[in-house]
Design a protein around this ligand. Sequence first.
Ligand code: AMP
Ligand code: ZN
Length: 489
Amino acid sequence: MIRFFNTLTGQEEEFQPLHAGEVRIYTCGPTVYDYAHIGNFRAFVFEDLLRRFLEFTGYQVRHVMNITDVDDKTIAGAIRNGKALNDYTEFYIKSFQDDLNTLHILTPTKQPRATQEISCAGGMIELIRELIHKGIAYESEGSVYYRVAAFPGYGKLSKKKLEENIQGARVDVDEYDKEEAADFVLWKKAKEGEPSWDSPWGKGRPGWHIECSSMSMKYLGETFDIHAGGEDLIFPHHENEIAQSEAATGKPFVRYWLHCKFLLVDGHKMSKSKGNFYTLRDLLAKGYDPMALRFALLGTHYRTPLNFTLDGLKEASEAIRKLDDCYFQCLSYAGTIGVKQDFAAKAETVPLKMFLDQILGKMLAHLSADLNISAAFAELFDAVREINKAVAQGAADEMNMKAALEFIQGIDRLFGLDIARSDAVPQEVSDLFRERKEVRYDPQFKRDKMLQQKSDELRKRIESLGWLVKDARPGEPSTLKEKRRVWDK
Ligand code: AMP
Ligand code: ZN
């Protein structure tokens, strides 16, 4: 049984999708006026874990993530840079896709762009018209506003008591600096020099909240399973999405709302406006492995704030290294890596498969409890210790190594850490490796300086091709490992 903490009900609940075997998820995507920072990626990595976990347990997931390519900030950025809005955002959309790939975040099933969803069928204008038709929205001087007082459920997500505050004041900026209920904008009248679209109310552009209501319902249905994002989106963004969607359709909008807590720097939210941020690119330039960052972002439960430090990132690098060493050691022992090695298992075979199946079962049980990642990772490193022990005890036979490799491949599907990235060594590397092995197996090797030099040379050549050799004790196979960053020097 899978359980998630639902922001809407304020408690952990059993998860049951609306359509058997299928889960429909909407996650609020980036506003593409700049590179995303790693605080944003905490949210995207958490959502990716959610998706991977559901897929791993057998669900088909339909995941929609929007791209906000029109709002105050994108328009300001385009004007500042003297570019058309589309040209300006295109660059950051592309960068965002690259970052998703680098961090092994699965590509969403659909990534609608706000600017392409304004006047189409089932688009934003249609939704706004429906709200006006129902008396929930009203036009005023070329803009359209949502009448908050007309929706009795307003505040049910954020648990804000709004009755006293509802003044009918209008807020037409996308960002709110005060948390008070106010009629919010659905359609903004165009300002001089700004990009605009035709509408029944004249030229203008949609508000941020209507974008997400419209795109989520268009691609996932009027009621869908999960809506996720960072905690800053609970109010007003998601509260307003509920108000818009439910007032228009008369149906429940989303069944489970999941929100991750902030990534913090020295106790403060990482954000562009505070200037206390790292982008993924900043960290790559410092030599960090993107998978170490992914591990660091995943490693703290999503409902606990994550205090980001470079020391924490170094620890995450170590964790990745442990997983990596374990995998390549198994590959080398199994002979899958293209260099079949001969060695005799010394001890009674330990049945790793049964043990690893049990561990995987426990990990899935932990993740089923509102994505308890810390407990799942603790099990994972127990498994790594057990595999390493089996190898050290001489129980690295074909069956055990196959079980270990399958386990790690499964873990990769679940956590996306790119451990099982290669199982084939390029021919050239494998030839050099074999040649080196022969040199080292020469009975004269220990005494013959020439042979030792040759062995070192061959190691260097293998390294220059991006692979590392780790020598084992006599009679055991050396390990070949594909290089990662930083530590593989
Ligand atoms: P934005 O591009 O600002 O619309 O944000 C994209 C996603 O990142 C949203 O889900 C935000 O809630 C989330 N987010 C922004 N800053 C942080 C942070 N410091 N920690 C965690 N999530 C964040
Ligand atoms: Zn949204």
